[in-house]
Ligand binder design. Structure first.
Ligand SMILES: NC(=O)c1ccc[n+]([C@@H]2O[C@H](COP(=O)([O-])OP(=O)(O)OC[C@H]3O[C@@H](n4cnc5c(N)ncnc54)[C@H](OP(=O)(O)O)[C@@H]3O)[C@@H](O)[C@H]2O)c1
Length: 280
């Protein structure tokens, strides 16, 4: 049996050598009307970035925009868009391809859906896939074009630890979130060497409106992180240029061991014969 050379690992926590520090002036944040996205907006405005805020709730976006303009003196655009709607998503894609250029895309908007796959509503499943996977993919594609031409930019994708722990989430939510991790790793491999920084942020339970929107109750969770703490940790990971940021895990060695196991397994992927255990 021919053994493959160990695949080149994709370091998860690395200082990207090729990352080019550019003047990060404009950040576009999806799902900025509440929870994690609204904290990202506050923190990035405090860092001096102009913002493009995207969500459906125009009143909440406008109130946040007004507050951040007056507190931080930054320019803020508001785009009211339902990201499950192709035409409205297209408006946000157009903005990402327009000037002034967007230097940081935070793909944060997302939702869950209660229940499993059996007896599910196909329309609800489709909507969730549009919001949690299709929209961030098309927005990243729209953003990265210009970033590659300019030689710099950052794309932050909000996943979830449930992408690594699907046993705890019935239905398709965990799968949509593991998609965000894989997309980030692929994108990093594709454009990380061209000055583009990609980060996947994997929150665990975080105190936001997320659970209430699904008809759930965050107080029923055994523990939850405050959204401020989550975003501050995510931005620390951003500053350290981590590819994957998992704020609650105490020791990064756990993630590194997980990645090492993946690469050990990858050593067998190019074998041309099935493993011994499958040969009667
Ligand atoms: N909270 C947690 O425990 C947790 C854990 C892991 C990962 N996450 C992830 O974190 C991200 C942010 O969630 P959150 O916890 O901050 O929850 P949240 O408070 O419910 O925020 C969700 C945001 O997404 C926006 N949104 C929802 N549907 C949309 C649509 N169709 N079009 C455009 N925007 C839409 C919402 O704004 P509008 O309603 O105004 O559109 C809101 O701003 C999500 O991707 C979620 O999967 C959360």
């Amino acid at each position: 049996m021919r053994r493959a050379a160990l695949a080149k690992p994709i370091p998860a926590f690395e200082a990207s050598q090729s990352f080019k520090e550019t003047e990060m002036t404009v950040a576009l944040i999806t799902g900025a009307s509440s929870g994690i996205g609204s904290i990202y907006a506050s923190r990035l405005a405090a860092r001096g970035h102009d913002l493009v805020l995207v969500a459906r709730a125009a009143d909440r976006l406008n109130a946040l925009a007004e507050e951040l303009r007056s507190t931080h003196g930054v320019n803020i655009e508001v785009i009211t868009a339902d990201l499950t709607d192709a035409a409205q998503l297209g408006t946000v894609e157009q903005r990402l391809r327009a000037d002034p250029p967007v230097d940081i895309l935070v793909n944060n908007a997302g939702a869950g859906v209660a229940g499993g796959l059996a007896n599910s509503d196909p329309a609800a499943l489709e909507n969730l896939l549009r919001l949690n996977t299709l929209a961030p993919t098309l927005l990243a594609a729209a953003a990265v074009d210009g970033m590659v031409k300019r030689g710099g930019g950052s794309i932050v994708n909000i996943g979830s630890v449930l992408g690594l722990l699907p046993e705890y989430a019935p239905g398709i939510y965990a799968a949509t979130k593991s998609y965000m991790l894989t997309l980030s790793q692929s994108l990093h491999t594709e454009v990380g060497g061209q000055g583009i920084y990609v980060q996947a942020v994997l929150p665990a339970a975080t105190r936001t409106e997320f659970y209430a929107r699904m008809g759930g109750d965050i107080s029923a969770m055994p523990a939850a992180m405050e959204a401020d703490d989550l975003v501050d940790a995510a931005l620390s990971g951003f500053d350290q240029k981590e590819l994957v940021t998992i704020p609650p895990i105490p020791d990064v060695a756990a993630w590194e061991a997980f990645e090492q196991a993946r690469m050990t397994m990858a050593g067998g992927f190019t074998n041309t014969k099935p493993a011994e255990r499958y040969r009667a």
